[in-house]
Ligand binder design. Structure first.
Ligand code: ARG
Length: 652
């Protein structure tokens, strides 16, 4: 049961006599930070007072008078300017906790409105080395699937692999021109990845060279604009002069950025040119940017050689990615890559044209959308289809196949504009009623504040990262192993701890912010980490092991829960907030509500454990009641972590 939601619904009824739509003020009912002010607090009387032009305390009194909440709360008081403080009844808490103890779902109700979701996540471009950003999409997507399913929704997880794009043109070209037969035979994916990087390097060099004059011209033009602005004489009008200065600052920063871009480009070119072998290749392949496009186009047109190479490369690349999924224990319901939609693209363009949403512009087929500077191109001049075309076909397919209520895309924030346009076009096209969401996320940074780079930077990069997490976890496990586990068991525990740390570190940050990747932080035994939670779990379990107690039996017994000590009551209350945390996470697709909750729960538990004896509680009844609270804590941690894709171990 979601206590907060029930309290809000009671307030909704009470508020209906005061205002038409209480929805926004209901958000002002929260759990209290300090139990001095009760367990829950409603701060809605103050804004309502303003709105209705009445003293807030009077409003608060009116609300309290019509509030029907006696079955939940024994104290409802008005404090200060008009805060309404609510204290839950102990018998209510005890009843709810007892119900949770006997419930496999730990008291979490399924959502009243059950929806169907398609979640598009992970979706790496195969043939391109996977990087740490793919872990983000993968673990956030996986956690959302699990949380939504637990709440009773139907979820179809779809790995929209990039298996058909220009990166294949690159490895096709690289394979045909630069392959090292021997290393391809011994380790095809490593060789393909080398070829990919080699071709990207050559393309970057040639296009960088080509763009150089334009960048130089840009710098000159922006400098001139700065000079012009500087030469403006002060007008004497303060306001106007302020504006001039502001404009100057803006122009200066634009000029700075242009200079930076030019310098970066010059530096990269110089680095490339210092490498004689690379230069020889560049000279021998001057047309490489276009040649690569031709390879991709030939593949799409069904060229026999390219298609057969693609069929040879793809399973190898997928197997490589699969190894990462296996270690992270990630599974998908479907994995329809971009290639799956190839045959549907022309029909999409036709349909968009027929609906008069798309039209020709400079030889390309474009969808012009209100509120965007540039159109969404769905077919290029040369007839090639684009990422956006495939995404439209994908939406169409998913709607025909599953007819979901919502489609979520767990993708890097840099693709924001693509999704804004895609969703706008899809709504106009056929799917106005579907919830489309770009569940975007920020960048993983290194300690230096720049995007995190795996040390080796090649395909083994991501696996290397997993290896390192496991290795560091192993060190932590060894240092803290009081039980003296055999090495084999330590390794097993380290794998659970390492993968858990990696996932939890990602999930515990608000997904829209960037975060700094640090093994030390993610394995910290004191912070909000998986490791801390896993230890908390193992510690609770060890009480049962030490006392040779059977938790199942205890649950089945008629033990009555007692909340006599404040720390027991605080823990009990926190245990009942599990469903609140899950609903919050599902409402805005942010798993960090759940990690925050688990951390709070673990802290409440540790206060309880410090202040209340469990095995030596004084009486058998009290001991059993406390053991039940311990057990419910362990179950809630285990279930919460499982919904985040994180495992626990019984002993650490
Ligand atoms: N393959 C893309 C990339 O790595 C992400 C795909 C996301 N999903 C989608 N339907 N566009 O950038």
């Amino acid at each position: 049961m979601n206590v907060l939601a029930i309290i809000r619904s009671r307030f909704r009824s009470a508020l209906e006599s005061l205002i038409d739509d209480p929805a926004d003020v209901l958000d002002m009912i929260r759990t209290s930070q300090d139990s001095k002010f009760g367990d829950y607090q409603a701060n809605c009387a103050m804004p309502l007072g303003k709105r209705l032009d009445k003293p807030p305390r009077e409003i608060a009194q009116q609300i309290v008078d019509s509030l029907e909440i006696d079955d939940l709360c024994d104290v409802v008081e008005i404090a200060g300017p008009g805060f309404i403080n609510l204290r839950l009844r102990d018998d209510f808490l005890i009843d709810q906790l007892t119900a949770a103890v006997h419930d496999d779902r730990l008291g979490v109700d399924a959502a009243t409105i059950q929806r169907k979701y398609v979640i598009d996540y992970s979706s790496p471009n195969v043939a391109k080395p996977m990087h740490v950003g793919h872990i983000r999409s993968t673990v956030i997507g996986d956690a959302l699937c699990k949380i939504l399913r637990f709440l009773g929704h139907e979820v179809i997880s779809d790995n929209h692999l990039g298996d058909w794009g220009t990166q294949f043109g690159m490895i096709l070209y690289g394979y045909k021109n630069f392959r090292d037969e021997q290393s391809y035979d011994t380790s095809p994916v490593v060789e393909l990845s080398r070829l990919y990087r080699l071709v990207v390097g050559l393309i970057d060099y040639h296009s960088g060279k080509q763009k150089l004059p334009q960048l130089e011209a840009d710098v000159i033009a922006r400098r001139a604009a700065v000079e012009d602005q500087r030469s403006l004489a002060p007008s004497g009008d303060k306001q106007a002069d302020k504006k001039v200065v502001k404009a100057l600052r803006r122009l200066e920063s634009q000029a700075d950025a242009a200079r930076q871009t030019l310098e970066d480009s010059q530096r990269k070119i110089a680095e490339f040119e210092a490498d004689a072998d690379a230069m020889a290749l560049a000279a021998a392949h001057p047309d490489i940017p276009r040649a690569v496009l031709r390879e991709t186009a030939a593949l799409h047109a069904g060229d026999a050689e390219n298609l057969s190479l693609w069929n040879e490369f793809l399973p190898q690349c997928r197997a490589d990615i699969q190894r990462v999924y296996d270690r992270l224990d990630i599974k998908f319901d479907v994995e329809h890559g971009e290639s799956f939609y190839h045959d549907r693209l022309s029909a999409v363009v036709q349909s968009m044209e027929q609906a008069e949403l798309a039209r020709e512009s400079e030889g390309a087929t474009c969808v012009f959308l209100d509120g965007f500077d540039t159109p969404m191109i769905i077919r290029k001049q040369d007839g090639a289809y684009l990422y956006a075309t495939t995404d439209l076909a994908t939406i169409d397919y998913r709607m025909q196949e599953w007819s979901p209520d919502a489609m979520l895309y767990v993708v890097d924030h840099r693709q924001g504009e693509h999704f804004d346009k895609l969703f706008a076009a899809a709504r106009l096209w056929r799917y106005g009623d579907v919830e489309f969401q770009h569940v975007s996320f920020g960048t993983v940074l290194g300690e230096d504040g720049r995007p995190y780079k795996t040390r080796t930077g090649d395909t083994v990069g991501l696996e290397g990262l997993l290896d390192e997490a496991e290795q560091k976890a192993y060190e932590v496990v060894c240092e803290n192993d009081v039980a003296g586990m055999p090495d084999e068991q330590r390794r097993k525990v380290a794998s659970v701890v390492g993968m858990g740390a990696l996932k939890y570190a990602d999930l515990s940050h608000n997904r829209t912010s960037d975060y700094v990747f640090s093994y030390d932080k993610m394995l910290n035994l004191k912070g909000n980490t998986a490791t801390y939670m896993q230890y908390a779990y193992a510690r609770v379990r060890s009480i049962f092991a030490r006392g040779q107690l059977d938790a199942d039996e205890l649950r089945r017994s008629s033990t009555r829960i007692v909340l006599g000590h404040p720390a027991e009551r605080e823990l009990g209350k926190e245990l009942l907030r599990f469903s609140e945390a899950l609903e919050q996470s599902s409402a805005d697709y942010r798993p960090n509500h759940l990690t925050n909750y688990l951390f709070d729960l673990a802290k409440r538990y540790s206060t309880f454990f410090e202040e209340c004896h469990v095995l030596k509680a004084g009486s058998d009844e009290l001991r059993d009641s406390r053991l039940i609270l311990c057990d419910l804590t362990a179950r809630t941690i285990r279930c919460g972590l499982a919904l985040l894709g994180v495992d626990v171990v019984e002993k650490m």
